[in-house]
Design a protein around this ligand. Structure first.
Ligand code: PLP
Length: 395
């Protein structure tokens, strides 16, 4: 059967593929430490589980409106008003099946054939593919050496076809969290060049030090009018399997996403909506516990990587470390490094090539401290067995 070009050109998510490979090896009995996962290793809060089960047992699991239940949209608007410090109302919110789904809805609603979307490297694996699926053209913008935004490069990348910029703070894969000043500088560029700001804020509740995350929606009314927030329950409430998230922005964007999704998926999952509503209404105590645990792991892992000689900036948020393994790479780049590491040491990491930066690897610390300790031993043994290539040979 002929497969349409848009589907042949899209690649399977590298992180999901790697996770599947690690799990397949585990099923064969290998003691694999899987640091490729992008999901919290905690169960969803008890109140969320209860609310979801209660709805199922009521028997009243039905289609909801395409934009989600009024109760959940209202709770999200309230949460946004409190957390972003500016008023959000119910018509500005459309509930989606996940943040990924919110992102694809927002991109389908704003990007036309040939429109360019700036992505800041290293960028999360799905951005490029979703922009391409919508007929847009992803433009990758390199970062500063400390993985923060390079504004000279951003200015150079903006051209007549640029329509949007996609900001992800805290970032997957680096954990880099943009400062308020950086967000304001980006917002000023968006206003000057009449660009949409797509702001993926899925990790904003997982920030461990320094100033809190600052959304472009909080800059000014002028910036808010061109900002679309994408967020969801997966990371903040350990609800990855529930598949629930939202788009929030100007009402015409929320309505456009609702129209698109009304045909593509009908409505978000009603059981997950009940779970998400319970989470937003109660602020479960498990969330703070999870955050403390992630922070302890971060404080252990990053100095360990630095001690091994791998340049790894201390991330302020999310649950990833992005380590420079450039000196250890051969012609196969970060993919070859990860393949050998999995084969020889049973340790699964994600190659930086998946995020557009082939000199690095991503380590997720969504696993217990004991396993992280073992993972560090395995990585150190692997590095010891693979002498660094001299700089001249790498050029
Ligand atoms: N955005 C980023 C930056 C992510 O890392 C992820 C998941 O890994 C998502 C969006 C998607 O999250 P969801 O599970 O809500 O689809």
């Amino acid at each position: 059967m002929r497969i349409a070009r848009r589907a042949t050109e899209v690649s399977l998510s590298v992180t999901l593929a790697l996770d599947a490979r690690a799990k397949a090896l585990m099923a064969q009995g290998r003691d694999v430490i899987n640091m490729s996962v992008g999901e919290p290793d905690f169960p969803a809060p008890a109140l969320v589980q209860d609310a979801a089960c209660k709805l199922i047992r009521s028997g009243n699991v039905r289609y909801t409106p395409a934009a989600g239940t009024l109760a959940l949209r209202g709770a999200i608007a309230k949460y946004l008003t409190e957390s972003r410090g500016v008023a959000f109302t119910l018509p500005q919110v459309t509930v989606c099946h996940s943040t990924k789904h919110a992102l694809s809805g927002a991109i389908l609603a704003t990007i036309q054939e040939g429109d360019e979307v700036l992505l800041f490297l290293p960028a999360w694996v799905s951005y490029v593919e979703i922009v391409k699926l919508a007929g847009g053209v992803p433009i990758s913008v390199p970062s500063r050496p400390d993985l923060g935004p390079d504004f000279d490069a951003i200015r150079r990348a903006i051209g007549p076809k640029t329509r949007a910029m996609l900001l992800n703070s805290p970032s997957n894969p680096t954990g880099y969290t943009w400062s308020r000043k950086e967000v304001e500088e980006l917002a000023a560029l968006a206003v000057k060049h009449d660009l949409v700001l797509l702001s993926d804020e899925i990790y904003r509740r997982l920030i461990y030090e320094g100033e809190p995350d600052f959304s472009p929606a909080s800059v000014s009314a002028e910036v808010r009018a061109r900002t679309v927030i994408l967020d969801g329950a997966s990371k903040s409430y350990a609800m990855t399997g529930y598949r629930i998230g939202f788009v929030a922005g100007p009402p015409e964007i929320a309505a456009a996403v609702e129209r698109v999704h009304s045909h593509l998926v009908g409505a978000p999952n009603s059981v997950s909506q009940a779970g998400y509503l319970a989470a937003l209404e109660t602020e479960p105590p498990e969330v703070e516990m999870m955050k403390r645990e992630f922070d302890a792991r971060r404080r252990f892992l990053i100095p360990e990587l630095q001690r091994m000689g791998l340049e790894t900036p201390m991330p302020r948020g999310a649950f990833y470390a992005f380590a420079d393994v450039g000196p250890y790479l051969d012609a196969r780049g970060s993919t070859g490094f990860c393949e050998d590491l999995l084969e020889q040491q049973n340790l699964a990491l994600v190659p930086g090539s998946a995020f557009g930066v082939d000199t690095h690897v991503r380590l997720s610390y969504a696993l217990g401290l004991d396993r992280i300790r073992h993972a560090c031993e395995r990585l150190a043994a692997f590095l010891a067995a693979h002498p660094r290539a001299p700089a001249a040979a790498r050029r």
